[in-house]
Design a protein around this ligand. Structure first.
Ligand code: CTP
Ligand code: MG
Length: 255
C-alpha cells in the first residue's frame, strides 16, 4: 500500500524535565527527533513523512528542513525507493489531536499510515518492516508489541482504617502471558484510522486523557487489531532513566 509515516513530536516532555520539547532534547550528538527521522527514512517504507511539531517551534522546523536536505543529499536517483516528501504540521494539545492534524495533511492517494512516536527514536528498521508487511498481507490495524516483564496487578485506594496500613489494596492479578506492552509504529488502513479519530474528536477531557495510543480508538470501532513482535530497543524515552538507556543503546545496540 502507498504508505505515509506520521511522527508525533509535539509533546512537551514534562517527565523528561529538560525544560524544552522532548523532540529537541539531545541524544548522543543529535536531537531525539533527528534520530526518529533517520530511523523512519532508513526503513524506506514511506512516500511521505509528516511530522507534528509544537506550534511555532522554529528550532524543530529548522531541524526538519535540515533533515530534508540531508535526505536529498543522500538520495540516489537510481534507488528503488523514491525520495519521501517531508511535511510538518502544528501538533495539538493531546497526542491524538497531533495525530489528527497530521492525518489532515497526508497526500492524496495515501492508502496506509504508520503513526510513530518521536520519543521512540531508536526503533529498529525491522519493526517498521514487520508492520508494513502485515498491512500488505491484509491487516487493517497492526501494532508492535513485546511481552510484559513485570507482574501487573489491579489496585484500588484504601479507605477508612485500612488507609493507615497502606495507600492501596490489591484487587487482582492480570494473567501476564496474555499481556503485551505496545509500541509504535502502529499501522492502519488510512480510512479506518481517520474514522477512528473522527469518533474521538469530541471526547470529553476525561475520555481524551485516557487515549494513549491509536489502536485503542480503532478497537472501539470493533475492527480487529493485530500484533507483531516489537523490540525492546523501541523504548519510549519518557524519563531521565530512559534517556540514559537510549544513550547506552547508541554505544552498541542489543543483538
Ligand atoms: N505528542 C504529541 N502531541 C502532544 C503530546 C504528545 O505529538 N500533544 C507526542 C510526543 O511528542 C511523543 C509521543 O506523542 O513523541 C508520546 O508522548 P509522550 O511520551 O507522553 O511525550 P510528551 O507528551 O512530550 O512527554 P510528557 O507526557 O512527559 O510531557
Ligand atoms: Mg505526554
Amino acid at each position: 500500500p502507498v504508505t505515509a509515516v506520521v511522527i508525533v513530536a509535539a509533546g512537551s516532555g514534562d517527565r523528561l524535565g529538560y525544560g524544552m520539547p522532548k523532540a529537541r532534547v539531545p541524544l548522543g550528538s543529535d536531537a531525539i527527533l533527528t534520530h526518529a527521522l533517520r530511523g523512519v527514512a532508513a526503513a524506506g517504507v514511506a512516500r511521505q513523512i509528516c511530522v507534528a511539531l509544537p506550534p511555532g517551534d522554529a528550532v524543530l522546523q529548522e531541524l526538519c528542513a535540515a533533515f530534508a536536505e540531508e535526505l536529498r543529499a543522500g538520495h540516489d536517483a537510481n534507488q528503488q525507493n523514491p525520495l519521501p516528501v517531508l511535511t510538518t504540521v502544528d501538533g495539538g494539545a493531546t497526542r491524538a489531536a497531533s495525530v489528527r492534524s497530521a492525518l489532515a495533511a497526508l497526500l492524496d492517494g495515501t492508502e496506509a499510515v504508520l503513526v510513530h512516536d518521536a520519543a521512540r527514536a531508536l526503533t529498529p528498521e525491522y519493526v517498521f518492516h514487520r508492520v508494513v508487511d502485515s498491512l500488505a498481507a491484509g491487516a487493517v490495524a497492526v501494532i508492535p508489541a513485546v511481552p510484559v516483564v513485570d507482574t501487573v496487578k489491579m489496585v484500588t485506594p484504601t479507605t477508612g482504617d485500612d488507609s493507615s496500613i497502606a495507600p492501596e489494596l490489591v484487587t487482582g492479578t492480570a494473567p501476564r502471558e496474555e499481556l503485551r506492552s505496545v509500541q509504535t509504529p502502529q499501522g492502519f488502513r488510512l480510512s479506518t484510522l481517520i474514522q477512528a479519530h473522527q469518533a474521538a474528536a469530541d471526547f470529553d477531557g476525561k475520555q481524551a486523557a485516557a487515549v494513549t495510543d491509536d489502536a485503542m480508538l480503532v478497537e472501539l470501532l470493533g475492527v480487529p487489531v493485530h500484533a507483531v513482535h516489537g523490540s525492546t530497543q523501541s523504548l519510549k524515552i519518557t524519563t531521565p532513566l530512559d534517556l540514559i538507556i537510549a544513550e547506552g543503546l547508541l554505544e552498541g545496540p542489543l543483538g
